[in-house]
Design a protein around this ligand. Structure first.
Ligand code: ATP
Length: 273
């Protein structure tokens, strides 16, 4: 509900098996699972466990999924909020929410805090703004920085944030001890798409003519979210037609619909084209 901006999910069931493709990202992020599961292994040798990692990539590529999978693999709670939730907030509310989130997280540690669309709060702080000006977004960002500095590296909290605009982020966020690790989560290539199709085809009743390789070849430019969408649409189309299994015709129509939807979205973004 809108009343709480973050949910503490006690038990996350998503694991790396649910995340297809993204082999490099998974390999890099495995390190964070280790930090959460065996912190002493690292701190005993005097190492400081990183506090945050930034997942960078276009929409729908599985950043949220990957962050959840880390929680699932490590068996720790997952707290999330979205930067865009702060955009229209009353004075003081954003900063209070951030403090509240970290307070809850400290009680539940080890755990993960996930901040989606961090660029919405984490944009570079205005240069033109008067010193001491009371910009609510900046207050929220400042409170995030304060909270990140305020817990010890061995407190068991790891903050993951997602963005497709790392270039606009305030450099303070990227300093050592904050989001000092960046992990790319790119759109899948043909092999990655095939793997993602396989994940999302699994729950469907399929006709014999369905070939994940063929579906992958027909969906260049699709992100994981669109592939998931195609699979679900195809199942709904087949059901509407009273079929017993989802066949290639249904997928063809589902792909056309999703492509149509994407084109419409692009037109809205750049009407001159
Ligand atoms: P956004 O930046 O728009 O929030 P995101 O990168 O966080 O997007 P997700 O929300 O993780 O993307 O992806 C949406 C859905 O798409 C997932 O819940 C999953 O069903 C599917 N999906 C995306 N990427 C993958 C993937 N690599 N493997 C399997 N499923 C995926």
């Amino acid at each position: 509900s809108r009343a709480t901006l973050f949910d503490g999910e006690a038990k996350v069931k998503i694991t790396f098996n649910d995340v297809a493709g993204l082999d490099e990202a998974k390999e890099e992020i495995q390190e964070i699972v280790e930090f959460l599961k065996h912190p002493k292994k690292f701190t005993d040798l005097g190492g400081k466990i990183p506090k945050g990692a930034l997942l960078v990539g276009p929409p729908g590529t599985g950043k949220t999924l990957l962050a959840k999978a880390v929680a699932g693999e490590a068996g720790v709670p997952f707290f999330s909020l979205s930067g865009s939730d702060f955009v229209e907030m009353f004075v003081g509310v954003g900063a209070a929410r951030v403090r509240d989130l970290f307070k809850q997280a400290k009680e539940k540690a080890p755990c993960i805090i996930f901040i989606d669309e961090i660029d919405a709060v984490g944009r570079s702080r205005g240069r033109g703004a008067m010193p001491g000006s009371n910009d609510e977004r900046e207050n929220t960002l400042n409170s995030l920085l304060v909270e990140m500095d305020g817990f010890a590296t061995d407190s068991g909290i790891i903050i993951m944030a997602a963005t497709n605009r790392p270039d606009v982020l305030d450099s303070a966020l990227l300093r050592p001890g904050r989001f000092d690790r960046q992990i790319s989560v790119d759109k899948p290539d043909i092999i990655g798409r095939e793997a993602i199709f396989k994940v999302h085809l699994k729950p469907l009743k399929l006709a014999a003519d369905i070939d994940p390789k063929e579906l992958s070849a027909q969906t260049p430019g699709f992100a994981g979210a669109e592939i998931a969408n195609v699979c679900n649409e195809a199942a709904l189309i087949a059901a509407r037609r009273g079929k017993q299994a989802v066949d290639m015709h249904d997928f063809q129509e589902a792909m056309d619909r999703v492509i149509g939807g994407l084109e419409k979205k692009n037109k809205l973004i750049s009407p001159e084209e």
